[in-house]
Design a protein around this ligand. Structure first.
Ligand code: C2O
Ligand code: CU
Ligand code: CU
Length: 570
């Protein structure tokens, strides 16, 4: 317990302004990792209360950086000392659902949880954070988050900066909203306090990093509850994006901007060669964000709505001051011309296309609740039963007025289409979060491999944490055998009926059904109609608990097309 309470201890006051050296969380290397989540507090504000926080191990805010090596086994013990139920989710990591840390695997106060798995992911920057339903936003913004760096042989063979904290810098950027008593609020409409690795970075506070005059790497995570950043440097200095959420890009992408929504990560290379003694800033060029993306220009709001009027919206602001210092020994001074070879699946390989519309009660809703396909999250409802090894296209259609970063667990995906166009170079790599602005329609493709479970589902949700807690979340199960699932086609729609056999509940999901309503009827063995619903749009959950056991026929009709399937009630 000696050296780690560094936050704020470097702060020196210069006439009301204070500068803090960039805090670099320590790394933990495997195979055994111990994380104790506890409550703490930080004096973020010059007067008034300390802000209550959650953190891991010896920190007062955030947690250590976990280093994973692809192919190795990890054994993590999470000890919950926050006095409230929580979970820890390994965001972006491909692992069995029982170790994923979603809302179905709570860790009770004072209890421990011991996930063990093999690292299968490509080298990139991932992260961990709580995922308790309805509490994710509050627990995460109180500080219970940290980074995961995965290393693999392909990345290790490249000439890239990877001296952690020396030429390879972790940057966890958050924008937070605090109450008048200095407590983090799980709201985001008026967020204005920027934190970089847990230290205040605006309104009189500056976080400074000394970076050597050579090629440096930054691993940027947007861990905000709501705000998107449009990262770039002062003077529009160019940089190279080398990785997206779940892996290296094929080639470095030379650019001056990278937009990151909540949950997204990017790794970049910045060439500071020859700049010893100079100063520059990592900034958010938020004036260039479109309206509707949180952080962009404030939208005109109806008088009854919560104003989205953070003073940071639509303006450019500094996030990190960079002082360029002398080169290290053996500096990296070149940018590799190629990085890896990603081979996306092609649309022709897909077994199914699922359409997920982002919806709200009305087109005027700005602050939620938001839904997927008009349904709010239900812990008891599994939205999709996915056969193992399915290659699937998910089509995301945003019918609301605000942008939503869509995140899916278990897999990394490839964006294949944005509004009818191929993705830009920044979105060509492996991803697990993608921002869908209002009116946009986006398709990604992925494969559901390796892990099946018939009890614990994986989640997909909006990574605006307040939207997620408000019900903009769904869940899917990857299944090894299809006895519980019959999937079939009606016109161009995929119909799944599950479980089968069943007892109390029959789920009927119709995906990609277009707008024509489906009429659903269920007959018993004697041919007697026991259930009729004429106007099914996307899904229906039928309560069969009072029905006699036996075989029933479900019949679905859309326009002229009819299908019938047998279901057994036990
Ligand atoms: Cu980063 Cu399901 O979350
Ligand atoms: Cu996740
Ligand atoms: Cu959202």
């Amino acid at each position: 317990m000696k050296k780690l309470n560094i936050l704020c201890s470097f702060a020196l006051s210069l006439g009301g302004f204070s500068q803090t050296q960039l805090f670099i969380p320590d790394t933990l290397v495997g195979p055994n990792y111990n994380l104790t989540m506890h409550k703490d507090s930080v004096q973020f504000f010059p007067s008034g209360n300390r802000s209550k926080t959650y953190a891991y191990n010896l920190y007062k805010y955030l947690g250590p950086t976990l280093i994973f090596n692809k192919g190795s086994n990890v054994n993590i013990t999470v000890n919950n000392q926050i006095g409230d139920t929580t979970t820890v989710h390994w965001h972006g990591i491909h692992l069995p659902s029982k170790w994923d840390g979603g809302p179905h695997t709570p860790i009770l106060p004072s209890a421990s949880w011991n996930p063990q798995f093999t690292v299968m992911d490509n080298a990139a920057t991932y992260w961990y954070h709580p995922h308790m339903h309805k509490k994710t936003a509050l627990q995460a913004i109180k500080g219970a988050a940290g980074l995961i760096i995965v290393r693999d042989p392909i990345e290790s063979a490249l000439v890239l900066p990877r001296k952690y904290g020396v030429d390879d810098f972790p940057l966890i950027v958050q924008c937070q909203q605090y109450s008048s008593s200095n407590q983090a609020l799980p709201l985001g409409m008026q967020d204005s306090t920027i934190l970089v690795n847990g230290a205040r970075a605006n309104y009189g506070y500056t976080v400074v990093a000394n970076m050597p005059a050579q090629v440096v790497r930054m691993r940027i995570l947007n861990a905000s509850g709501e705000r998107s950043f449009n990262f770039g440097f002062s003077g529009n200095k160019q940089f190279y994006q080398i990785a997206s959420d779940g892996g290296l890009l094929n080639t470095p992408n030379l650019t001056t901007r990278i937009r990151l929504a909540p949950g997204e990560r990017a790794e970049i290379l910045l060439n500071l060669t020859g700049m010893n003694g100079q100063t520059l800033y990592l900034m958010s060029h938020a004036s260039e964000l479109p309206m509707g993306v949180q952080g962009g220009p404030t939208m005109p709001m109806p008088s009854w709505a919560t104003p989205m009027d953070s003073p940071l919206n639509g303006v450019d602001f500094n996030i990190l001051k960079i002082n360029v210092v002398p080169q290290t020994t053996n500096p990296v001074t070149t940018i590799p011309s190629t990085l890896t070879t990603n081979v996306p699946y092609t649309i022709g390989q897909a077994n199914v296309t699922r359409t997920i519309r982002f919806t709200a009660d009305s087109a005027m809703v700005m602050d939620g609740p938001f839904y997927f396909n008009d349904s709010t999250f239900d812990m008891m409802r599994v939205d999709y039963q996915i056969p193992i090894n399915n290659i699937e296209v998910w089509k995301l259609v945003n019918e609301t007025m605000v942008a939503h970063p869509f995140h899916i667990h278990d897999v990394q995906f490839f964006v294949i289409d944005r509004n009818g166009n191929p993705p830009g170079p920044e979105e060509k790599g492996r991803k697990d979060v993608v921002l869908v602005p209002p009116g946009d329609s986006l398709m990604f493709i992925t494969k559901f491999e390796d892990f099946t479970d018939s009890v614990i589902p994986y989640m997909y949700h909006c990574h605006i944490l307040m939207h997620e807690d408000d019900g903009m979340m769904g869940q899917f199960m990857v299944r090894s055998n299809l006895t519980g699932l019959s999937e079939t086609k009606l016109n161009n729609s995929v119909v799944s009926i599950f479980p089968n056999p069943t007892k109390d509940i029959i789920n009927v999901n119709i995906e990609g059904s277009g707008e024509a309503p489906v009429s659903l009827s269920i007959y018993n063995v004697l041919g007697k109609l026991v259930y009729l619903e004429k106007n099914v749009k996307h899904k229906v959950v039928i309560n069969s608990s009072t029905w006699l056991s036996g075989v029933y026929i479900i019949s679905l009709q859309q326009n002229e097309s009819i299908i019938s399937r047998k279901i057994i009630i036990e």
